[in-house]
Design a protein around this ligand. Structure first.
Ligand code: F6P
Length: 353
């Protein structure tokens, strides 16, 4: 039976989303001769009953297929709004669009909301994890994370030389919400001296002692500090937890000011907030590969009428988990006792207490 499949991208964009669309459309049309439509702006498109026809023909620019290396999402996305307040209209919109199944490419927030809608509306849903934060449970790769890590490492590669030339401490604030995966992976891969993540408590004294040791014992006068945006900062007294908050804003600047104070302004600091640069750019080879496999397997699952599953990457393979199990386990944070944290410590990186 010829099926009509919908696909939408939801939450913050990231490189690799278009690769999923490309793979799903290619497999659905070439292998099964099904029709695939895109839903623009995620649930907003469902609410407005909008679809975009997707075809393997029509993307070519003189034979070039732009979707493979194009960042962002051609379908558009939303990462805010009170979606469930409009549940009835969205459910009616879904009915009107008349889909046999829906593929959602989203992070933990989108997964939860769209799963609730799918239960209410008895949708045939398949979920694919994407997030630069890497905080979706059960999957070793989430689309966008590898590219973001590479973008941060590229920034560190550049900052190291200017830091060394001026004997400065360069502080790089990175995204990740409440998870420290981005900071930890990029900090180790980029050769950081200090990595601060929400999952491991740090002290200003610990950071300052480490910088002093680097200077006095190892004659290393510059340093690279990677700060996750989700770390807690203390507005008044760093020893009084009641004045500490994880409110997102200016974490890198806070650490810079504390280092200036504890070094009596002898250490010169500069702060780079990478911001949405981490969400841009062309997808890495790993993100393209993961996205392509996920897109293909999503179509295979629909062919087998297996729904309510999220795809995950484990041990070099695409596997599936019930979406509810994933939601129950989210968010997936850094294990403070895990191998990566221990590896960072073994390299002499200060990563908290
Ligand atoms: O979840 C992805 C993410 O990029 C986070 O790392 C970051 O905190 C947030 O989205 C930024 O959201 P916005 O694009 O709304 O500023």
């Amino acid at each position: 039976m010829k099926k009509r499949i919908g696909i939408l991208t939801s939450g913050g964009d990231c490189p690799g989303l278009n690769c999923v669309i490309r793979a799903a459309v290619s497999h659905a049309t070439r292998t099964f001769n099904w029709q695939v439509v895109g839903i623009p702006y995620a649930t907003q498109g469902l609410l407005e009953r909008k679809t975009v026809p997707l075809s393997i023909h029509g993307w070519d620019l003189r034979g070039i297929d732009p979707l493979l290396n194009m960042g962002g999402t051609i379908l558009g996305s939303i990462n805010k709004g009170d979606t469930l307040a409009h549940a009835d209209e969205i459910l009616a919109g879904y009915e009107a669009i008349a889909l046999d199944a829906l593929i959602i490419v989203g992070g933990d927030g989108s997964l939860e909301i769209i799963h609730q809608l799918a239960v209410l509306g008895h949708w045939n849903l398949i979920a694919i994890p994407k997030t630069i934060d890497h905080d979706v449970a059960f999957t070793e790769h989430s689309i966008g994370f590898d590219t973001a890590v590479n973008t941060i490492v590229d920034a560190i590669n550049r900052l190291i030389f200017t830091a060394a030339s001026h004997d400065r401490v360069m502080i790089i604030e990175v995204m990740g919400r409440n998870a420290g995966h981005l900071a930890l992976h990029s900090g180790i891969a980029g050769g950081a001296d200090v990595i601060l993540i929400p999952e491991v408590p740090y002290t200003i004294q610990g950071i300052c002692n480490h910088l002093t040791e680097l200077r006095e014992q190892w004659q290393k006068k510059f340093a690279i500090i990677v700060v996750a945006e989700g770390i807690s900062v203390c507005t008044e007294d760093a020893n009084n937890p009641s004045t500490c908050t994880t409110a997102k804003c200016g974490q890198g600047q806070y650490i810079a000011e504390k280092i200036a104070n504890c070094s009596h302004h002898l250490i010169d600091t500069r702060v780079s907030v990478l911001g949405h640069i981490q969400r841009g750019g062309i997808p890495s080879a790993l993100d393209r590969l993961t996205a392509t496999m996920f897109g293909k397997v999503a179509i295979d699952l629909i062919a087998q009428n297996q729904y309510d599953q999220m795809l995950a990457w484990q041990n070099g393979k695409v596997v599936t988990f019930p979406i509810q199990d994933v939601i129950d386990k989210n968010p997936s944070l850094v294990d403070p006792q895990g191998d990566l944290v221990q590896t960072a410590r073994s390299l002499g990186i200060y990563i908290g207490e």
